[in-house]
Design a protein around this ligand. Structure first.
Ligand SMILES: [Zn+2]
Length: 406
């Protein structure tokens, strides 16, 4: 086989092929350098002599459906100059360090993984699953790790469950690019400690932060970037109110003796908890109105739930403050215990709720990323390897990188 073919097919240059071997589904190409090395890279003199060799195997790009092994006679050279201790293997330009595959092979694996699972790629190439993962890890490591914090101003923080509610991880996302900037263990204050350390070390000034209502996140942000505008995600506030409303509905249902009225209450759960403005169907509208007309506490709570949303629908912060204060007054007057609790919550989180008018951010993007992670975990067997899992998270924003590879 001539040297041009070696170069064009496998990216091997200054090599010659001494022999081809055909073994089942594998072609072994025996190669060696065309010209011996003469100049010593250390002292620059032409005093190198051969000092033994070893044979190394590298996987090359498959061809004709066959696996290609490039078996290279790797020469060792020693310098004969006085005072020069050069004694090394010749340089191998088509592979990295001790890797047993060529650069082109690695690139091919990464390309396959854009549309294939690890398992399928391993089967296609007739190599081990671990090797595919190693190649992918190296690639992700060099392209996505560690994630740069340069220019990051606006972040969202959230947690996700790794194992059905037992083990948690906390992620910090750049809300502009959607990149995962950091993955921490657990969901407490300590989960974020290393992130803030990095922020201080790199002298990054975070201006806006969005989180849910987690006490740990709130205190962590307050301690570490007290000057940032911290927005509490409005869907989480509305969700708390929905929980209260559902609680009230359940109580009223249990207290109701009239079997027909109970039926009406039971069937309205989704109508009550949904967004009132989204109910277009007159049939559902009437059903909801009937349920509300026959139960005063429920009707009050429903009205206040709808009213709460108005806090985020104002033209300016001052108006929102008024709507919030008005809401608090009305909820207090209702005398419904669940709503009294909600009043405490709204007042406690007031600043973070109104911060929305300083910057319209939410954790929606982070939740979207969390959903992607869920799909990725479902399709993957490989995430027992913590390091690889993290690398995959760092590359998650880049749709060129992966389908959800398992
Ligand atoms: Zn030398």
């Amino acid at each position: 086989m001539n040297s041009s073919f070696l170069y064009h097919a496998w990216g091997l240059y200054s090599l010659e092929c001494t022999r081809e071997e055909y073994k089942g589904n594998t072609i072994i190409l025996h190669v060696q350098s065309k010209k011996p090395q003469k100049t010593c890279p250390k002292c620059g003199k032409c005093n190198l002599v051969k000092n033994g060799y070893r044979t190394r195997d590298f996987l090359g790009l498959p061809i004709g459906g066959k696996k290609i092994i490039i078996r290279m006679k790797v020469q060792r050279y020693k310098c004969k100059c006085d005072g020069c201790d050069y004694d090394q293997q010749e340089n191998i330009p088509f592979a990295t360090g001790s890797c047993s595959y060529t650069h082109r092979f690695a690139k091919h694996v990464v390309d396959l993984l854009r549309s294939m699972t690890l398992k399928d790629a391993a089967a296609r190439l007739d190599i081990s699953w671990d090797m595919v993962k190693e190649i992918h890890s190296r690639y992700l490591e060099s392209h996505y790790s560690p994630p740069s914090l340069d220019g990051v101003e606006c972040i969202g923080i959230d947690e996700f469950a790794v194992k059905k509610g037992h083990i948690y991880k906390t992620i910090v996302v750049d809300l502009l690019s959607g990149r995962i900037l950091y993955v921490g263990e657990g969901k407490g204050v300590e989960a974020l400690a290393d992130f803030w350390k990095k922020v201080r070390r790199k002298n990054i000034s975070i201006k806006y932060v969005a989180t849910d209502l987690s006490a740990a996140f709130i205190s962590s942000v307050l301690d570490n970037c007290p000057n940032a505008i911290h927005v509490f995600d409005h869907f989480h506030v509305v969700k708390l109110m929905n929980d209260k409303l559902d609680d009230i509905r359940r109580m009223q249902y249990n207290m109701e003796k009239d079997i027909n009225k109970r039926k009406v209450l039971k069937g309205t759960r989704y109508l009550l908890l949904g967004n009132g403005a989204d109910i277009y169907d007159s049939k559902y509208k009437t059903r909801l109105e009937n349920a509300l007309a026959m139960n005063e506490p429920l009707s009050k709570a429903y009205y206040l739930k709808e009213q709460l949303r108005e806090i985020w629908a104002q033209g300016c912060k001052e108006d929102a403050e008024k709507v919030l204060a008005d809401w608090v007054d009305q909820a207090r007057e209702s005398k419904i215990p669940q709503l009294q609790k909600m009043v405490m919550t709204v007042l406690a989180y007031r600043r973070g709720i109104l911060s929305w008018y300083d910057c319209h951010i939410s954790t929606a993007k982070v939740e979207g990323i969390n959903n992607k992670i869920k799909v990725m975990k479902r399709n993957a067997y490989g995430f027992r390897d913590e390091r690889y899992f993290k690398l995959r998270l760092y590359a998650l924003h880049d749709c060129r990188i992966t389908r959800n590879v398992g």
